[in-house]
Ligand binder design. Structure first.
Ligand SMILES: Cc1cc2nc3c(=O)[nH]c(=O)nc-3n(C[C@H](O)[C@H](O)[C@H](O)COP(=O)(O)OP(=O)(O)OC[C@H]3O[C@@H](n4cnc5c(N)ncnc54)[C@H](O)[C@@H]3O)c2cc1C
Length: 296
């Protein structure tokens, strides 16, 4: 089945074998995880002579587990359903659980993986803003060994990323902070089976419910890649949170976006919605924290 002029399906057992196959078929090889992005794309392109390399048998890409102090490893083959249901992810990275629970439909969530969602590099990928907000690192395995790359350096444009020939996403490492609050919001026309028109994730550490020790604000579907609103973060970080400060940060987040107009929404609408999502998430975080510090 390995003739270069024919289609073929491979099921490697090790990452080395999968990487070697990518090198051996540089133009025709395609990795497949759940296939929910790849298979429709291949049929749209009437693809011929594709060498499909399945990642299903690669144990190194599976599992969610504690990974050293305050760190959790998520294998690239973890499905959205697994992320939505994992007690560890729900406890430490609730915005990632929520984002995964909002992907497509139950059947898409049962097949689609976090590795595929990130490697597909859509600006609207639901798991990207939480990974950015949690400061995740992507673990990449290639011919030269393994490296870790901060997730903000992974995306280079719509459907484009830094993976070089022979490189495969093995998983992600996320660091948690006990006292932080995080949430994800996705704006779509429908409640299910909807790609985000705009999305936002905030992870924030508050002292006494009002003083912002650290914050990350990440946005989806409003720029060529998922982004962090770094200037907006600087407005809030190291300050006592007030409604005025939150509104200012939300306006600055809006200015950091570069959305497009398309069939689902205009660029102008997307910008306005970013301000509203960020304001709502930070207000919610500060009111939730203020309540719990009053109780505790
Ligand atoms: C009906 C429908 C609804 C959808 N709804 C949503 C939604 O609401 N939100 C959303 O974000 N997405 C949505 N998607 C897109 C898709 O389901 C997700 O992006 C999913 O997470 C892709 O994962 P997968 O495992 O199926 O990827 P695949 O289709 O298997 O792969 C996607 C791409 O990533 C590459 N790849 C996969 N794994 C790796 C790896 N470990 N290393 C390197 N490259 C890799 C593949 O080569 C391919 O280019 C939807 C898709 C459909 C068909």
């Amino acid at each position: 089945m390995s003739s270069s002029s024919k289609s073929a399906y491979f099921q490697p057992r090790t990452l080395k074998e999968a990487s070697d196959l990518l090198i051996a078929h540089p133009r025709s090889a395609k990795l497949v995880a759940g296939g929910t992005d790849l298979v429709p794309a291949l049929s749209r392109d009437h693809a011929r002579r594709v060498k499909v390399i399945s990642l299903k048998k690669l144990e190194e890409l599976k599992g969610i587990r504690q990974h050293g102090k305050n760190e959790v490893f998520i294998g690239a083959m973890t499905t959205h359903s697994e992320l939505a249901e994992s007690p560890l992810i729900n406890k430490y990275f609730p915005a990632l659980s929520k984002a995964s629970s909002l992907v497509g439909s139950p059947s898409i969530r049962n097949l689609g993986t976090i590795g595929g969602n990130i490697a597909n590099a859509s600006p609207s990928a639901d798991t990207a803003p939480p990974l950015l907000a949690y400061g995740a690192k992507a673990i990449i395995r290639g011919q030269a060994g393994e490296k870790q790359v901060r997730i903000e350096h992974f995306f280079t444009g719509p459907s484009a990323h830094i993976l070089a020939k022979g490189e495969i996403l093995r998983g992600f490492v996320l660091t948690y902070q006990e006292e932080s609050f995080s949430d994800y919001e996705k704006l779509g026309i429908r409640k299910a089976m909807e790609i985000a028109i705009a999305s936002a994730c905030v992870s924030i550490g508050l002292r006494d419910g009002i003083y912002c020790q650290h914050i990350r604000i990440a946005l989806g579907a409003v720029a060529p890649t998922p982004i962090r609103a770094v200037k907006a973060e600087k407005i809030v970080e190291g300050k006592t949170i007030t409604p005025d400060l939150i509104r200012k940060a939300a306006r600055v987040a809006m200015q950091e976006t570069r959305p497009i107009s398309d069939i689902r929404a205009s660029a102008d609408y997307r910008k306005k919605m970013v301000a509203s999502l960020v304001e709502r998430l930070v207000l919610h975080a500060s009111s939730t924290r203020a309540e719990s510090s009053l109780k505790g």
